[in-house]
Ligand binder design. Structure first.
Ligand SMILES: CC(C)(COP(=O)(O)OP(=O)(O)OC[C@H]1O[C@@H](n2cnc3c(N)ncnc32)[C@H](O)[C@@H]1OP(=O)(O)O)[C@@H](O)C(=O)NCCC(=O)NCCS
Length: 248
């Protein structure tokens, strides 16, 4: 009887442990193995909490951190996070379910330090590449944003442009701020030192190269300019939106 209980207990523990492994716990361990410093994955402090999170949200798969003191708070399915550098923070709201793409901070040859990426509640993306290469730079994405596919959000030009006369760097990249409830159409490029205010739409193929602080606008073109003001948008198709309106 005593042996039966022990076997039962051992089997339960093994199932608990290895199902956690299968559902992402192993990925969290991989992060810790691949680093050469002390990266921290938030939510990973308690084994049971980690296992439950891993089982339901799989938050730690596809995170690769090379450096020290990097923090990643949640990684939704479909997103890969690569960090080369120290003291970087990626903070994604745990309500974010579908965010396809890749976040890259630094690269093997040129690490970036103390960068921050924030993605707000309920935002989604079909395919986006978010890149940071400059120290102390930030990309902030608000709540309820909807990004299409083939989107690039880069707060860097990757390569320096300098004055021939003074040798000063002319293209230092800093921050990008995308407000709440912003819709980026297909193949949009959002470049360094830009902003898009809340409830706005960026038309297909646009290149955003400056700060747009007015909310509720459509911006489009290369370089992007305001083409409509006083708008808002819904995730419904136009047909369904009209149906809903007539039902009210
Ligand atoms: C941005 C968009 C939503 C605006 O639609 P709309 O409100 O019906 O806009 P309009 O067609 O009235 O266009 C307004 C003006 O902006 C211009 N414009 C619209 N979209 C543009 C674009 N992507 N690039 C350049 N100019 C554009 C129009 O030519 C028009 O210019 P005009 O006033 O000089 O004639 C739409 O044009 C668009 O880009 N749709 C693609 C959305 C998408 O990528 N969906 C993927 C799934 S998430």
């Amino acid at each position: 009887m005593k042996t039966d209980t022990s076997i039962l207990f051992l089997s339960a523990w093994l199932i608990f442990y290895f199902s956690g492994e299968l559902y992402g716990f192993s990925a969290q361990k991989t992060v810790l193995k691949t680093k050469y410093g002390h990266n921290k994955v938030k939510y990973a402090t308690h084994l049971v909490a980690l296992w439950i999170k891993a089982l339901y949200h799989r938050p730690f798969h596809n995170i690769y951190a090379y450096g020290k003191d990097n923090q990643v708070a949640y990684c939704p399915e479909g997103l890969k996070i690569y960090i080369w550098g120290d003291g970087n923070v990626v903070e994604i709201d745990p309500s974010v379910r579908s965010f396809q793409g890749r976040i890259e901070i630094g690269e093997a040859q040129s690490p970036a330090n103390h960068c921050t990426v924030k993605i707000g509640a309920d935002s989604s993306a079909g395919g986006v590449l978010i890149s940071l290469r400059e120290d102390n730079s930030t990309i902030t994405i608000g709540k309820n944003c909807m990004f299409s596919w083939d989107i690039h959000i880069w707060n860097t030009d990757f390569h320096a442009i300098y004055s021939e006369e003074t040798k000063q760097c002319l293209n230092i990249g800093k921050d990008i701020t995308i407000g709440d409830h912003v819709w980026l159409g297909v193949s949009v490029n959002v470049l360094k030192n830009t902003a898009i205010a809340a409830n706005s739409i960026v038309g297909a193929g646009a290149v955003v190269s400056k700060k747009f602080t007015e909310p509720n606008v459509i911006i489009a073109g290369i370089p992007a300019k305001i083409v409509k003001r006083g708008i808002n948008w819904s995730t419904d198709t136009p047909t369904n939106y009209l149906k809903q309106r007539t039902l009210r």
